[in-house]
Design a protein around this ligand. Structure first.
Ligand SMILES: Nc1ncnc2c1ncn2[C@@H]1O[C@H](COP(=O)(O)OP(=O)(O)O)[C@@H](O)[C@H]1O
Ligand SMILES: [Mg+2]
Length: 461
């Protein structure tokens, strides 16, 4: 069953098309004018719009354009009088799927609708396959031609072959994760496991057991023997992400592991050898932490064998246009948006911002911008960064006091994202749930949870 909108000012024809399509199991809305059609398209997501080329107020082509600007996934079939085939052909050039010349039979219209829906289905399928192939962590997609980034990639290319420990530093969002994965892929351990230990999220009290494993009965609650992450990484690479957050009590054990390559699961009385390459990353200033007594100096030297620093985005703005274009294409494809380019002014706005959250922040800004953009060109009004204008709320958390070393809680990001999408859609919850890829009831629950009043957003678009 598909959602179809039939647009024709001639009531008898419109009704008869609607009845034919409803009998075929589709859910059909009707509109008698171009204006009404565009209003309906704003309110609901249609799979297909069938529109007469001649409408009292507007051209059918205008309806086509409005539909495609809202969602490139909606198919359009043009209905035309016998004499005006040329304009129907023009409509196809502009993205319509097919045209029907009046008079047409029930069979003809059903056939055209089936083909249009089939095309739509294929298109979404291709996109979801492409998305599955496109691994966001694919290290081959490290974007940027700046000299600074080039130097980082060059050094890392040389070091990848060795088994020595690499310490990657840099502000949050500069691409430390991505680089670690690239090193693994370039290394002789490319086929081995890549095991991530996120030192910031593992609770202190289970750190040792997470990292080194435990035997059944080693402590209360240990009802099974469990392999530690270090052992999972045997033959591969162990990535110690956010290593600056490592609890002080664990640091001597980690040091011992890196020095000897041996682990001892809790409750086991002999140690075993693990063959793994360690890569660590942090956005902290470890030297300052050593002075404050929060990081062990001996561990620091063990980790800092091959140090590499990824410069902040603001220090290599040459990379920005290419990165922004990369994210634009990715999100346009993902959300089915027609946007293709970034306007000169928008690029200026992007380049004049500080990017405390670096590439990750740029990625988020572009995601939101593409979602809000209805045309082919992304303009400054689609960009929401601190200081860039209207969305005061959304800019607050990356402003004072947060940013580097003080990341925004995930729930806050979710709240802002929902808010931005809703604002962009004039408070329309049905469409927002579609764009966000969650059910209407989930959206409703989240609105309640975050105290967002969608009705207040209706007027702001
Ligand atoms: N040079 C780059 N090219 C493409 N994507 C990048 C690049 N640098 C960072 N990213 C993307 O930005 C986001 C943040 O990168 P990440 O490696 O997680 O940063 P960090 O670990 O330094 O906080 C990720 O989605 C990553 O894929
Ligand atoms: Mg990271």
């Amino acid at each position: 069953m598909a959602q179809i909108l039939v647009v024709d000012d001639q009531k008898s024809l419109r009704r008869s098309m609607a009845i034919t399509l409803s009998r075929a199991g589709h859910s059909v809305d009707e509109a008698a004018s171009g204006e009404e059609a565009i209003r309906r398209v704003d309110e609901s997501l249609y799979d297909l719009v069938i529109t007469d080329l001649k409408l009292p107020d507007q051209d059918g082509l205008a309806v086509l354009e409005a539909v495609k600007a809202r969602s490139t996934d909606t198919e359009v079939v043009i209905v035309t009088a016998y004499g005006s085939i040329e304009s129907a052909v023009e409509a196809i050039r502009q993205g319509a799927h097919d045209y029907l010349a009046k008079p047409f039979s029930h069979e003809q219209i059903l056939c055209s609708v089936d083909l249009a829906l089939e095309r739509r289905r294929l298109r979404t399928e291709v996109r979801s396959l492409a998305r599955r192939l496109e691994d966001p962590n694919d290290p081959s997609s490290i974007i940027g031609q700046s000299e600074k980034l080039g130097r980082v990639l060059e050094i890392v290319g040389e070091w990848a072959a060795s088994d020595s420990t690499i310490l990657i530093t840099g502000e949050t969002g500069v691409g430390k994760d991505l680089l670690a994965r690239r090193i693994k892929q370039l290394s002789p351990r490319a086929e081995g496991a890549f095991v991530v230990v996120n030192c910031a999220t593992i609770p202190d009290n289970i750190f040792e057991s997470e990292l080194f494993g435990h035997m059944k009965g080693a402590f209360s609650g240990a009802n099974r023997t469990r392999k530690g992450l270090a052992q999972e990484a045997d033959g591969g690479t162990l990535f110690l992400d956010e290593v600056g957050e490592l609890p002080l009590e664990i640091q001597p054990q980690l040091l011992r592991f890196i020095e000897t390559g041996e682990i001892r699961p809790i409750g086991q009385n002999r140690s075993m050898r693990v063959d793994t390459r360690v890569i660590a990353a942090t956005n902290r200033d470890l030297r300052a932490m050593i002075k404050e007594g929060r990081f062990r100096e001996d561990l620091y030297y063990r980790l800092n064998v091959l140090p590499v620093e990824i410069p902040a985005l603001r220090e290599r703005l040459e990379d920005l246009p290419e990165l922004a274009g990369h994210f634009l294409r990715r999100f346009a494809r993902r959300f089915g948006r027609p946007v293709e380019a970034i306007s000169k002014k928008a690029m200026l706005v992007l380049k004049s911002y500080e990017w405390p959250g670096n590439v990750r922040e740029l990625e988020n800004v572009m995601e939101r911008a593409v979602m809000l953009c209805r045309g082919k060109e992304l303009r400054p009004e689609h960009l929401f960064m601190p200081g860039s204008g209207d969305l005061e709320e959304a800019s607050a958390p990356t402003g004072e006091g947060s940013g580097v070393g003080d990341p925004i809680p995930l729930a806050e990001l979710e709240r802002l994202h929902i808010l931005a999408v809703l604002k962009g859609l004039g408070g329309n919850q049905k469409r927002a749930s579609g764009v966000l890829g969650i059910s209407k009831s989930t959206l409703w629950r989240k609105l309640k949870e975050y105290g967002i009043d969608a009705s207040k957003l209706a007027s702001s678009s």
